[in-house]
Design a protein around this ligand. Structure first.
Ligand SMILES: Cc1cc2nc3c(=O)[nH]c(=O)nc-3n(C[C@H](O)[C@H](O)[C@H](O)COP(=O)(O)OP(=O)(O)OC[C@H]3O[C@@H](n4cnc5c(N)ncnc54)[C@H](O)[C@@H]3O)c2cc1C
Length: 368
């Protein structure tokens, strides 16, 4: 039996895949109730391919919105990139994705209000004690328990958070003031992005850099839209004082997959800053590879993940961090240089490199 700790995007994807393969597993989460939480996610073709394998792509797409184009870059001179049919990202509410994944897991496989208190990995499996005192032996213990993973801590990886001093505010606006298009623009220490995530919902996020202490969560004001130019103007009418804001620091941690058959996936293994929009997709990719590794049984889980996933995930972590830094450069000569370079980069090259990255997984996924 495989024990998965954490019923977020990574844990539920893994559970759904193991369910399809008739592998014995159990899923636990420390929350007493799985409530619809979060705001928006952009899912690119790699995440969409896994949803298709799980048989829920249509359901998720029906609740979300296909994006026709994104306008990106410096607030005063952004560029518009149009997607072709095959590479259209899907904007969804995290809660809708979560719900669709959860529907693939029978209720008797999921226990809430539980976490792993202790475990010992021996020759014949992993002996586990849960927070309710229950003990049993599992073949594998998988930590899918997010950026502040308890299992990662039990594996001895503590104090390795990399602090960006960037904070992100997220909310969902009513309506679709941007139609089927989105944008992400930056201006000095500030960045604003938005895209539709359903017929009547638009995800909005705002990032501020250079913050060394926890900011005031309620400090977002519609007047701030003005700094982001014409592209942000349509949002003003949808803004109201009773929006529900979430606020998180944008930090990451070094990639770490665990030991032997005690393995980590998703944010537990590699929280990345969200600047490439790949956090949820990487978590789902991990689940895909791990479900294959667990079926073949030729290799232990953590070294297997390290072998298949390290280079790709490490690359995203580095690039995301760099993209976050570049977007918030505020010293004028450097900003000018960045903006000139961005303006001259051929659009097809930018789109092609993004597509190559996404499609690499799709080409490989059936050959694990
Ligand atoms: C409530 C919430 C809202 C989010 N909202 C957004 C958003 O709006 N936009 C965005 O881009 N990203 C959001 N994220 C992050 C995004 O979901 C993840 O970065 C990405 O999907 C990777 O998923 P994950 O499954 O690895 O981690 P997560 O989605 O963080 O899931 C981790 C799960 O593990 C559980 N857990 C944690 N610790 C323990 C423990 N000790 N024992 C048992 N269970 C435990 C948590 O309850 C959670 O269900 C959110 C995450 C959460 C948890």
């Amino acid at each position: 039996m495989i024990l998965i700790q954490g019923a977020g995007i990574a844990g539920l994807t893994l559970a759904g895949l193991l369910q399809q393969q008739n592998k014995p597993y159990r899923l636990i989460d420390h929350a007493n109730q799985l409530r619809p939480l979060g705001a928006g996610l952009g899912l690119q073709a790699n995440a969409q391919a896994i949803l298709a394998k799980l048989g829920i792509k249509t359901a998720v797409a029906d609740s979300g919105c296909w994006l026709r184009a994104m306008t990106m870059g410096p607030a005063q001179s952004p560029r518009r990139f149009e997607f072709d049919q095959a590479s259209k990202p899907l904007g969804v509410h995290r809660a809708q994705l979560h719900e669709a994944l959860l529907a693939r897991v029978p209720a008797d496989r999921l226990s809430l209000g539980l976490s792993v208190s202790r475990w010992y990995q021996g020759e014949h499996g992993v002996d586990i004690e849960l927070s309710n005192g229950e003990t049993f032996r599992a073949s594998h213990l998988i930590g899918a328990d997010g950026i502040h993973s308890g299992l990662r801590e039990q594996l001895g990886r503590t104090g390795d958070l990399r602090i960006s001093n960037q904070w992100c505010w997220r909310t969902v606006l009513p309506g679709q003031p941007l139609g089927e298009e989105g944008f992400e623009v930056f201006d000095g220490r500030h960045r604003l992005g938005a895209f539709p995530i359903g017929r009547s919902q638009t995800y909005l996020y705002q990032v501020e850099s250079g913050l060394t202490k926890t900011p005031d969560i309620s400090a977002r004001d519609a007047r701030e839209l003005a700094r982001f130019g014409a592209v942000a103007a349509p949002l003003a009418d949808a803004w109201s004082s009773d929006l529900n804001w979430l606020c998180h620091p944008l930090n990451d941690r070094p990639v770490y997959w665990g030991k032997g058959n005690v393995a980590l996936i998703g944010d537990a293994a590699h929280p990345v800053t969200p600047n490439m929009g790949q956090g949820a997709a990487l978590a789902m990719e991990d689940a895909w590879y791990l479900s294959r590794l667990l079926t073949s049984r030729q290799e232990q889980a953590a070294p297997g993940l390290q072998r298949f996933r390290q280079a790709r995930v490490q690359g995203v972590r580095r690039l995301s961090w760099l993209a976050g830094r570049l977007a918030h450069w505020h010293w004028h000569p450097v900003r000018w240089l960045r903006d000139q370079t961005y303006r001259r980069l051929p659009a097809h090259l930018l789109l092609r490199s993004q597509n190559n990255f996404v499609n690499h997984f799709i080409k490989e996924m059936d050959h694990v």
